[in-house]
Design a protein around this ligand. Structure first.
Ligand code: FES
Length: 140
């Protein structure tokens, strides 16, 4: 086989591979909005008709902690972070009484914007993206 023929076959193969990858990526995006992370980037889906109704309500699951900080269903009414404590990986929750995020393992605390405010953690929480469509909130 000549070098030119070899390169043509190689390039054609790569192009087909790229097309297949793009088609697979598109089909995964079509699964967005589910509450699992197998289809892509949605980590948690919340029904705002039945969950996170009151200021201070929170959910900590699927690697995410999200709290309602204000009334209304605007993105700015919520704060979402990874619920993995940056100290040693325990689960972070929200404490309505102190209006901050908290890890009970060694008492690290974090402000509503995720910044470390106390305890042995040396960094803040990793922010997650909140999207709202109608009454469906998705954390990515
Ligand atoms: S694991 Fe969270 S404070 Fe230690």
């Amino acid at each position: 086989m000549e070098r030119k023929d070899f390169l043509n076959k190689l390039t054609g193969g790569l192009a087909l591979t790229c097309v297949a990858c793009m088609m697979e990526a598109c089909s995964k995006e079509d699964n967005g909005g589910s509450d699992n992370n197998t289809g892509g980037t949605a980590l948690l889906t919340v029904n705002l008709n039945s969950q996170l109704l009151a200021v201070g309500d929170y959910i900590s699951e699927n690697g995410v902690v999200i709290a309602r900080l204000a009334a209304g269903n605007a993105v700015s009414s919520f704060a979402a972070f990874s619920n993995v404590c940056p100290h040693q990986g325990s689960q972070v929750v929200y404490q309505k009484s102190s209006s901050n995020f908290f890890c009970s393992a060694h008492s690290s605390s974090f402000s509503q914007d995720g910044a470390r405010t106390g305890g042995p953690a040396t960094s803040g929480l990793t922010r997650k993206t909140v999207e709202i469509t109608g009454t469906t909130l998705t954390v990515r």
